[in-house]
Structure formats: structure tokens, C-alpha cells
Write a protein that binds this ligand. Structure first.
Ligand code: ASP
Ligand code: MG
Length: 402
């Protein structure tokens, strides 16, 4: 018994039947003696459809009006869910982001949650109502509606759980938890009972699209225990929490593939101090996030520097590097978009030697050539040819989990 925050994604409320199903889950939780705050996303593809409608009328529409438009999707969901809960005979109230006290930064389309004024939430809970809150939206200092970026409802739910000191934050989705690999591609992928925030963050960044990245960061910061579970099957999901001693430390908790990568190589720059600084500070100034970096050993007074960026930032990155290299003659810039990053993540690898060797052996056996390697305490990533990516994931997963 306590306060439980439950979040339901777009597919969980996609139609009337699914909305009734969510109302069942919510009211069962309430009947068990808990206070419940529910956060919902827009139904199905509503957000995409709204964006398309806006672009049809004005492709250059302002971000303020886009937020006004996009936030409407969640307004529909909260009203429908509240009506479903009423139908089951429970006291309920639906609230838009601003009514629930969400104060955000001013940046339309990518606003950050500054604080939640919990007065209204407390009052409604105090009157024993189930509270249904629109995810993904807040109000900035100009009293204008903002949105938190795609997938932002997860963050809304975690923020409420943190601000209200909830006992649990359950994220309901259309998969039943976090897996060791994409279960649609790897038939023997295993569902994890538990995973640490850090592992989940790495996996989220690497394209395992179960939880929004910012929501995991926030959960870690405020120590909100998350559970990822399916709204369609009644069974336990995956718990995301701080590592503790009781937690069985998996050597590897997952293998992930990211194809949203471009590799850029700057060939034949001067082998002298300051080159890396000059290139990467220019990229940073334009907010281009660089991932893997590789610099060759210098020979004949020149060296090569390669790095990866998100595919969408590839062209801009090349332009910036060109501006820099045009001041020095004879430099070549090579861009490769046919690459993929395959990574293994696991809190246990910190204390176990041989994990990298095992991964490389699996790639060797599958005849996959490695272009670049990067490691952190809990992650090893390799950059490979995109055509090899699925084979690589299968081989690595088999090496660690079969
Ligand atoms: N409806 C919004 C989106 O599709 C927010 C969310 O789903 O979390 O991005
Ligand atoms: Mg959505």
C-alpha cells in the first residue's frame, strides 16, 4: 500500500478496448489499497499524425504552435481514460500538464522539467481520486505550453514519482520488459529481472527503445525504482534500480545495435599538438555529439583522425571539419554511412577480464571486420559494416548467452 505512479505508452491506449484494459489495471491497483497517479501518452500514432498535419499547413510553423498542436494528443488520452475509469465506478480526475503543476524551461519542443508544484496532485489524492495526467507537456514562464521531446511521457511519470515520493513507478508498454537483445531478432533473447540504471542508460542510448533516456537519468538522480512491464500480459517485468550487492551481477546484460551512425575520417592532418582539440572543439561549439574517436599513430608527419556522430549530424560535421581543413592543404575527408555500432553492456565486466576477447572472438568466428573499438567501464562498442550488424549481434549474443 502506498503511492504508485503508472505510465501507459501510446500503444497501450491505442483504441477503446485498450483504454478499458488500462482502466482495469489502474483500478485494480487502486482497489488493492494504493493511491494511483496515471500518466498517459497520446493514442497510437497520434503525435506523428499531428506533426504531419502541422507540416502540411506550414512546414516552417513555429515551435510554439507545434507544441500547442502536439500536446493535444495527450489531452484526448487523459479524457478517454478518465471516462473509462468512471465507467468502472471509481472517482477520477484528468489533468493537463499545467494543471498537474509541471513547470518547464522555455525551449519549445525540448523543454526540461524544472519543478512540479504538487499542490493540486496532493489535493486530488487526498480526496481519494485516481489522477490521470497528460504526459510530455508542461508550462513555461510565459504561461505557454511546452513539450518535452519525443517519448517524453516516461520522463513526466518519473518526475511525478520523484516529486511525490511515490513508492513505485511502473512503465507499461507493449513489450514485457528489457531483454538481452532485441527479442524480435534474436529468438533466444532472455528477459532480465533486474538491471542497473547505468546499464539501462547505455542500452537506451544504444537504441534499445524501451525507456526514454532522460527518464532513466532522472530515475537514477532521484533514485526512483522503475518497473518496465507489459499492459497486455499480467506478469512481472524488469526492475531498473541502483546496483546493490544482492543483485546478481550479470556479466553482460545486453547486446545492442545502433545503425544511426556516420563515420567521418580526416586523413593526413599534421602530426602536431592541437589538431584533435581544434577539430573537436569546433564540433562541440555546434552541439555535435561525437561518440567513438580513433587517431592513428603519426607517420611522415601526418596522422588520421576518425570519429562517429549520429547520422543526422553527419553532413554538418563534415562541413565543420572542411572549414577547418581547408586552411591546410591536401587533406581528405571520408564519410561512411554504411556502418553500425554493436555494443555489449554489463555492470559485471568491470571485474571480469576476458569479456572484450570473447566478443572479438565471436566477431572473428562470424568473419566480421572491426573498424573501430571503444570501451567504458560497463560497455564495449565496435563499429562495423552495417551489412554485418545482424550477424554480429547474433554471434555475440550466442557467445555470451548460449
Ligand atoms: N506522445 C509523445 C510522443 O509520441 C510522447 C510520448 O509518447 O511519450 O513522442
Ligand atoms: Mg507516443
Amino acid at each position: 500500500m502506498g503511492l504508485i505512479v503508472q505510465k501507459f505508452g501510446g500503444s497501450s491506449v491505442a483504441n477503446a478496448e485498450r483504454v478499458m484494459n488500462v482502466a482495469q489495471i489502474v483500478t485494480e491497483t487502486y482497489k488493492a489499497g494504493n493511491d494511483v497517479i496515471v500518466v498517459v501518452s497520446a493514442q497510437g500514432d497520434t503525435t506523428d499524425d499531428l506533426i504531419a498535419k502541422g507540416k502540411e499547413i506550414n512546414p516552417a510553423g513555429s515551435k510554439r504552435e507545434m507544441d500547442m498542436l502536439m500536446s493535444a494528443g495527450e489531452q484526448i488520452s487523459i479524457a478517454l481514460l478518465a471516462m473509462a475509469i468512471e465507467k468502472l465506478g471509481f472517482r477520477v480526475v484528468s489533468l493537463l500538464g499545467w494543471q498537474a503543476g509541471f513547470e518547464s524551461s522555455s525551449v519549445y519542443g525540448a523543454a526540461r522539467i524544472k519543478r512540479i508544484n504538487c499542490d493540486r496532485l496532493r489535493t486530488e489524492i487526498g480526496q481519494h481520486r485516481i489522477v490521470v495526467v497528460a504526459g510530455f507537456q508542461g508550462l513555461n514562464k510565459y504561461d505557454d505550453i511546452t513539450t518535452f521531446g519525443r517519448g517524453g511521457s516516461d520522463t513526466s511519470a518519473v518526475a511525478i514519482a520523484a516529486a511525490m515520493h511515490a513508492d513505485k513507478c511502473q512503465i507499461y508498454t507493449d513489450v514485457d520488459g528489457v531483454y538481452t537483445a532485441d527479442p524480435r531478432k534474436i529468438s533466444n533473447a532472455v528477459k532480465l529481472d533486474e538491471i542497473t540504471y547505468d546499464e539501462m542508460l547505455e542500452l537506451a542510448t544504444l537504441g534499445a527503445q524501451v525507456l526514454n533516456n532522460r527518464s532513466v537519468e532522472m530515475a537514477k538522480k532521484y533514485n526512483v525504482e522503475l518497473e518496465v512491464l507489459s499492459s497486455l500480459e499480467r506478469k512481472p517485468g524488469t526492475i531498473v534500480k541502483e546496483a546493490n550487492n544482492k543483485m546478481e551481477r550479470m556479466l553482460i546484460s545486453g547486446v545492442a545495435k545502433d545503425t544511426d551512425v556516420s563515420r567521418i575520417s580526416v586523413i593526413g592532418v599534421a602530426d602536431e599538438p592541437g589538431i584533435a582539440f581544434k577539430i573537436f572543439s569546433r564540433l562541440a561549439a555546434k552541439h555535435i555529439n561525437v561518440d567513438i574517436i580513433l587517431q592513428s599513430v603519426g607517420r611522415e608527419n601526418t596522422k588520421d583522425i576518425s570519429f562517429t556522430v549520429a547520422r543526422g549530424q553527419g553532413d554538418e560535421a563534415v562541413e565543420i571539419v572542411k572549414q577547418f581543413t581547408s586552411s591546410v592543404s591536401g587533406k581528405d575527408i571520408v564519410v561512411d554511412n554504411n556502418v553500425a555500432k554493436v555494443s555489449i553492456v554489463g555492470a559485471g565486466m568491470e571485474s571480469h577480464p576476458g569479456v572484450a576477447a570473447k566478443m572479438f572472438e565471436a566477431l572473428y568466428n562470424a568473419r566480421v571486420n572491426i573498424q573501430m573499438i571503444a570501451t567504458s567501464e560497463i560497455k564495449i562498442s565496435v563499429l562495423i559494416n552495417q551489412d554485418d550488424a545482424d550477424r554480429a549481434v547474433t554471434a555475440i549474443h550466442a557467445a555470451f548467452f548460449d
